[in-house]
Design a protein around this ligand. Structure first.
Ligand code: NDP
Ligand code: OXD
Length: 312
């Protein structure tokens, strides 16, 4: 049997760590790098992130598209995406750990009132600030999938009062489940810190807007680690300025990189991160992809295939 061939087509992402990791986890896999792909008919697998335009159309024997990211809205918006070829999203232990770390860091930062201490330090003010007990801090995860559920469990372990909102009801120990459009406002009403970990779809686009931000208790915090389009930026700025929202940690934006004149950069209650809350880690992710290629080659069902109708 000829060696399987994977085309690395991830514009802007350094290939070396991926190539080393594939060599370790699947030495028999031949990895080619776009645009040096040789005969397009050899390519059975593509690893994609910011795909070169129309590339997929030129691959007659493509069997599976692997997304380098957990979010697949970019790949799905490619009008040349072949209909019969499964698209697999990224589920990577390294990515999940990174997201848990970042969400805990952000929640704890607000919970322990660090932004206030930082402001006090600037004016040399020595002042003790009493934190709430964790069980008095109501954290809400929008999205209870691979990442949302993992973050929820870690927050429960620290004693926070955790709820999740998803499309379907969930049973996660210690987490109150809300679901569906009718569950959204009750979920927001009880949430002091909302963490967005939804996929970007037609239903979730602009979901954090004037109306939903107003449904949070006054003085709530927003942590968006999903996609910039989940947030209506002007509505969030207005809610910050009115005091409805006390602070926001934003890792993702409608335009990335965030333009240098964007008001978020200098807003005193906004923390800007350059879309790096969690990064796919080649060392762990290449192994997951290799396992899936082996499953595919032995006729077993692929894991983590995107449901194109749902959009995630
Ligand atoms: P999953 O597909 O595993 O989970 C998605 C969750 O969102 C599910 O619980 C799903 O509900 C819920 N959901 C989807 N649509 C709706 C809706 N209309 N109403 C209510 N709930 C909905 O995704 P992941 O957890 O792996 O990733 C989530 C997102 O995080 C990615 O799509 C990506 O955009 C972002 N991300 C950002 C990173 C960063 O560094 N900033 C890194 C990695 C990911 P149900 O379970 O019922 O289907
Ligand atoms: C992802 C991301 O979707 O990095 O994985 O944003």
């Amino acid at each position: 049997m000829p060696a399987p061939v994977l085309l690395y087509a991830c514009i802007g992402i350094e290939p070396k760590r991926w190539i080393d990791a594939f060599r370790l986890h699947m030495p028999e896999l031949e990895v080619r790098q776009w645009p040096d792909m040789g005969d397009p008919a050899d390519i059975e697998y593509v690893l994609a992130w910011k795909l070169p335009p129309s590339l997929l159309q030129t691959l007659p024997n493509l069997k599976v598209i692997f997304s380098l990211g957990a979010g697949v809205e970019q790949v799905l918006s490619d009008h040349t995406l072949p209909t019969g070829v499964p698209l697999v999203r990224m589920v990577d232990p390294g990515l999940t750990t990174g997201m848990i770390e970042f969400v805990l860091l952000s929640v704890l930062r607000y919970h322990r009132r660090l932004p206030e201490y930082e402001a006090n330090q600037k004016v040399h003010r020595w002042q003790e600030l009493v934190p709430k007990l964790p069980q008095e801090q109501r954290v809400g995860l929008m999205g209870m999938g691979e990442l949302g559920a993992a973050c929820a469990q870690s927050l429960v372990a620290l004693g926070f009062d955790v709820a999740g909102w998803s499309r379907s009801p969930k049973t996660v120990a210690g987490v109150t489940s809300f679901h569906g459009p009718e569950g959204l406002i009750p979920f927001l009403n009880r949430t002091d810190m909302v963490v967005c970990l939804l996929p970007l779809t037609a239903e979730t686009d602009s979901i954090l807007n004037a109306q939903t931000l107003a449904a949070l208790p006054r003085g709530a915090f927003v942590i968006n680690v999903a996609r910039g389009r989940h947030v209506v930026e002007e509505d969030l700025l207005a809610a910050l300025d009115s005091g409805q929202i006390a602070g926001a940690t934003l890792d993702v934006f409608r335009r990335e990189p965030l333009p240098s004149d964007h008001p978020f950069w200098s807003h005193p209650r906004v923390t800007v991160m350059p879309h790096s809350a969690a990064l796919t880690q080649p060392k762990t992710a290449a192994r997951t992809i290799a396992d899936n290629i082996r499953r595919h080659q032995s006729g077993q069902p692929l894991r983590h295939v995107v449901d194109r109708r749902r959009g995630y």
